[in-house]
Design a binder for this molecule. Sequence first.
Ligand SMILES: Nc1ncnc2c1ncn2[C@@H]1O[C@H](COP(=O)(O)OP(=O)(O)OP(=O)(O)O)[C@@H](O)[C@H]1O
Ligand code: SF4
Ligand SMILES: [Mg+2]
Length: 332
Amino acid sequence: MAFLEVRELTLDYSTPRGPLRAVDSVSFSMEKSGTGLGLIGETGSGKSSLVMALARILSRNVSRYSGEVFLDGKEIMGLSNDAYRRSVRWKQISVVFQGSMNGFNPVMKIGKQLTERMLLEPGADRNGASEKVLGLLKDVGLSPEVFDRYPHELSGGMKQRVAIAMALCLDPRLMILDEPTSALDVSVQAQIMNLLKKLKWELGISMIFVTHDIALASEISDDLGVMYAGQLREFGSAEDVMLRSADPYTRDLLASIPRLHGGVGPKFVSGMAPDPIDRPAGCRFRERCSLAFERCVEDPPLRPVGGGAVGGAPAGSSHVARCWLVGAGSAS
Ligand SMILES: Nc1ncnc2c1ncn2[C@@H]1O[C@H](COP(=O)(O)OP(=O)(O)OP(=O)(O)O)[C@@H](O)[C@H]1O
Ligand code: SF4
Ligand SMILES: [Mg+2]
């Protein structure tokens, strides 16, 4: 049984121009707990919508939210909002995003804010909760004095550490991190990445890490998923996706990473993703793909890289990609 299995997750927003499908029938799994999944892809590809759908943090204009999500074999999409809040949010799945560090109550001390979160657990007592908060502050590399400070007395990096401590309060199984370091300068970013690696290693917590930065994603990810125009384009072990990518979009994305050595400059993916409200039929990368051919007017399913069954393979720990050339020799 997979630790997390996502089946056909779909999310639409209602917009003045019509429905916008931000997440289009996305299926994948994280086979083992304690592992990291990196989600990469260019802006607007649906990364945040996908993880917010998993954490059921939905904006008001969501007009369709469907699919199945199994956490340790238990389906959680079918739970009522109340049941989800009681049994899943923060307890099983917690979220840290770029803005988390600015989401604290400015007039409440940090220790009290964390303690209040702890007290969401039935049976938790205030003294025990305070003790646990002090332990958590230590886990995230903060001194006990932070307990008595107000948010404005902390640097951005310290606040993001508190946001991570907040996400850990109720011992979740899965922590979702959406661009958690992109508002921080590079040295603080490196410290937070080291902290996340330590937490993954020491607490065995599973992570889904969303970023534009492929190098950052590869630091923490056992598996990588590549999103494009609402679809999963490629999924596999970080090694397979980084070193043996099979999808032309993933390859172009990887080629856009600047390299210090080798004398090869970055090659940016030219053109733009299709209008999300009026996507043309066929492969969504077709207009930008240098390998496009006649068949690309049909939408390719995810297929196992290196051959296998044709037609809609779900992305698990195996390597799959969404391109008609996969399995045909020239792209894989
Ligand atoms: N509340 C909303 N209402 C309408 N459209 C939305 C809403 N939120 C996101 N979108 C649209 O959904 C699509 C996916 O957006 P999303 O924010 O999930 O992408 P992303 O991959 O996280 O992008 P980024 O890397 O910039 O954070 C985009 O076309 C975006 O404009
Ligand atoms: S299916 Fe066609 S257009 Fe799409 S990535 Fe593959 S070759 Fe390019
Ligand atoms: Mg986003």
